[in-house]
Design a binder for this molecule. Structure first.
Ligand code: 13P
Length: 332
């Protein structure tokens, strides 16, 4: 089995998910400010160390996605982040896109950048210990959006990124995120998500990306935040798995983003999905739904590192328990 296949299988292994702690410097800084913490490089480092060194994290987390800044930083004991988490049995990953930028001529839409020099950067990240990478494409639902053009260019970039990662022996997390922003229905989200996945699969096939060596990180199929009705976990689970059924069986696995859902809701939706048979594991790669409670509990106070870690451990345990149930519900 190729290295990418082995790593991808480990990332979505039974009872495990991936922690997304890869907010850009700008996003992380604004989250720190929101929690009353001065947004310095050292505070960003301390926060990421708090997360990564949470006792027992490895019981529910197979990998952590870091930002470029963090992969160049060190734990307080002097070890680089990648080395420190590897010693804990956790795979280090790296966000390699450089962000969603306005898509010229397509108001309200973005195209994710970062392909220039990507092959060289991946080699550098592999040397720093990265086992996997992430690239996030962003699709917006609105009256006349998304356009077919936005879907195509973003899917094409995701496929080029994925092919470059596999060439470098790094597993690509392929993240086509259909945003929850807006008042659209769950049905509309299903239509758009299905279209995005269809175009993405074509692009991945054209570049001969090995699906058994990638982890797909989609949105759940869910109504927009301003929609009048709120879906139940069973509805979200059924709509999501309905859309995902179009994916080939050789895909290594699916690890959802949380997309701004409240932590408990994301967990309940993930738990409901475990009842539905699929050929690949369905797990979590949450950011906010795992780390928001930890950031609020810590709030930059060195005396509250333990409280921050307890908050993260609680969310990880809840999500890991949800995905661990799959093996009981669906014996092999
Ligand atoms: P959220 O779970 O907060 O959506 O973040 C996941 C992620 O990695 C976004 O790129």
């Amino acid at each position: 089995m190729s290295t990418c296949r082995q790593i991808a299988a480990r990332m979505v292994g039974p009872g495990k998910g991936v922690l997304a702690a890869d907010e850009s410097i700008a996003t992380m800084s604004s989250r720190l400010v929101g929690a009353g913490v001065e947004p310095t490089a050292e505070h960003r480092r301390q926060y990421r160390e708090l997360l990564a060194s949470t006792p027992g994290l490895v019981d529910g987390v197979s990998g952590i996605i870091f930002a470029d800044e963090t992969l160049h930083q060190h734990f307080s004991d002097g070890r680089p982040f990648a080395e420190a988490v590897l010693a804990l049995g956790i795979l280090p990953g790296i966000k390699v896109d450089t962000g969603a930028k306005p898509f010229t001529g397509r108001p309200g839409e973005t195209i994710t950048e970062g392909l220039d020099g990507l092959a060289e950067r991946l080699d550098g990240y592999a040397e720093l210990g990265a086992a996997f990478a992430k690239w996030r494409a962003v699709i917006t639902i609105a009256d006349r959006l998304p356009t077919r053009a936005a879907i195509r260019v973003n899917a094409h970039a995701l496929a080029r990124y994925a092919a470059a990662c596999q060439q470098a022996g790094i597993v690509p997390i392929v993240e086509p995120e259909v945003l929850m922003t807006g008042d659209h229905s769950r049905h509309r989200c299903a239509e758009v998500t299905a279209e995005v996945h269809g175009v993405l699969l074509t692009e991945l096939a054209e570049l001969a990306v090995d699906l058994a060596g990638i982890v797909l990180k989609p949105n759940m199929v869910i109504e927009g935040v301003d929609h009048a009705e709120r879906s139940t976990p069973e509805q979200v689970a059924e709509s999501t798995v309905d859309v995902l059924r179009a994916l080939p069986t050789d895909l290594a696995g699916v690890a959802f983003l949380s997309g701004g859902q409240a932590p408990e809701r994301a967990t309940a939706n993930l738990a409901a999905m475990q009842h539905l048979p699929t050929p690949w594991p369905l797990t979590f790669s949450f950011g906010r739904a795992l780390v928001d409670p930890a950031l609020a509990a810590w709030a930059g106070d060195p005396a509250r590192v333990g409280a921050g870690q307890a908050a993260l451990a609680e969310r990880v345990a809840a999500n890991a328990a949800a995905v661990r149930r799959r093996s009981e519900l669906q014996p092999a």
